[in-house]
Write a protein that binds this ligand. Structure first.
Ligand SMILES: Cc1cc2nc3c(=O)[nH]c(=O)nc-3n(C[C@H](O)[C@H](O)[C@H](O)COP(=O)(O)O)c2cc1C
Length: 392
């Protein structure tokens, strides 16, 4: 079966069945199936069916060369157990984690809710993971062959900790992740974990980032290798806070920023309808806001720091919208849940079609061309670019 048919089958037949099963159970089974497929000859089929190998898709983000601009967002493979099979789905980058210093079980009750009609998810997971040492061990065992590997790290702030404790905790995790990661992604404001210390505040942010730079200098001196430093911006960081965050990232020479993590501020209609759900909102309901904030962020940063768009991407048009707002690449989580594994291939093929249509020789050139478009792109008859699910 061709991947395009597979996408159709997933959306028409597989997802409607899965949507009756608890979201976290589905997720665990999916990871297991991916790992199982990796241990059988099926992996060869997956490889040839989903990968899109085209030089024009190559892109450098934060100094890291990705084979294409579509990446897996953190949170999907928290422990780094399925990096190889996820890579086979065609991602240019796979970001695992978020890892914390010690292992965590996370919130004990129900913690993922689907919003099928709105194509969103809410999660209140509270960072369950096996801890940075286990995540790094898994990452080494499963190191990807073509995709770049990102390790996302998150501090946990316990009662009685000082700001300096938090700064050194992040530093230790960065050192631990350095031996396996192409890039380390700092997720220092998880919406579902009470921090006690507001890590969004610029003075704390600066302290953490300067110390991380010191640790990376040390790693570079000792090993000759320096993973790139990426930063995840919390959903809903806007106005002065966005401005200050952007300036801190530029001043401390962070290589790339990914906007955004899930939003704790929900639209009223969603809050009213899903009153029993809680946590961070993702998927289609945050897409419009993500694009607006990304465009604001890009206005502040220009191209002084590379941006990655994350929030509601589920087709090529969404990817192009993110690029038009300033992103060089995109990360996906919720879109995979609703559209299935072929979505990466669909987006990459759509980007190639858009490049051909606009006479762009690379995805970077395509981004430049569409950023200068004064009106909404007319994507014409390109079937891969037509999407009935484009609603915002
Ligand atoms: C169930 C779930 C768990 C997540 N866990 C993490 C995480 O551990 N670390 C992190 O930085 N982001 C995490 N995220 C946020 C995603 O990486 C992404 O930024 C967000 O969901 C928006 O993208 P999307 O709309 O494509 O899902 C999680 C998202 C979901 C839905």
């Amino acid at each position: 079966m061709s991947p395009d048919k597979c996408l159709n089958v997933y959306e028409r037949f597989v997802f409607p069945v899965l949507s009756h099963v608890d979201a976290e159970v589905c997720h665990r089974v999916t990871l297991r199936l991916l790992m199982l497929a990796e241990a059988t000859p099926v992996r060869g089929f997956v490889d040839s069916a989903f990968m899109v190998n085209d030089r024009r898709l190559r892109v450098t983000i934060g100094g890291v060369e990705f084979s294409n601009p579509v990446m897996l967002a953190p949170g999907f493979d928290k422990n780094g157990v399925a990096v190889r099979p996820l890579e086979r789905l065609g991602f240019g980058g796979v970001e695992i984690g978020s890892a914390t210093e010690k292992s965590r079980k996370g919130y004990p009750g129900k913690r993922i809710w689907r919003m099928v009609e709105e194509r969103g998810l809410a999660n209140y997971m509270q960072l369950p993971n096996v801890g940075i040492t286990g995540v790094v061990e898994n990452a080494k065992k499963n190191a990807p062959r073509r995709a770049k590997l990102g390790i996302s790290v998150s501090p946990i702030i316990e009662n009685g900790m000082t700001m300096d404790d938090v700064v050194s905790q992040v530093g230790r995790m960065v050192i631990a992740a350095s031996c396996a990661a192409d890039y380390i992604s700092l997720n220092i404001v998880c919406p579902n974990v009470e921090h006690g210390i507001d890590t969004k505040k610029p003075d704390i942010l600066y302290k953490i980032l300067w110390n991380v730079n010191r640790q990376l200098n040390y790693v570079e001196r000792e090993s000759g290798v320096r993973p790139a430093l990426f930063f995840r911006i919390a959903g809903g960081v806007e106005g002065t806070m966005l401005d200050e965050t952007a300036k801190a990232l530029i001043n401390t020479r962070v290589n790339a920023a990914s906007g955004f993590n899930t939003f704790s501020d929900w639209p009223d209609r969603i809050r009213e309808r899903y009153f029993d759900a809680r946590g961070g909102l993702s998927g289609r309901p945050i897409k419009k806001r993500t694009i607006e904030l990304l465009a604001q962020l890009h206005q502040i940063t220009g191209d002084r720091i590379d941006l990655i768009g994350s929030g509601g991407v589920e087709n090529t048009e969404d990817g192009l919208e993110m690029m038009r707002a300033g992103a060089k690449g995109v990360q996906i989580y919720t879109g995979m849940v609703y559209r299935g594994p072929s979505v990466v291939r669909e987006i990459n093929r759509g980007l190639i079609a858009a490049m051909e249509r606009m006479g762009a020789g690379s995805v970077g050139r395509l981004r430049k061309l569409i950023m200068n478009q004064p009106v909404k792109l007319d994507l014409g008859r390109l079937s891969v670019l037509e999407s009935s699910s484009y609603v915002d």
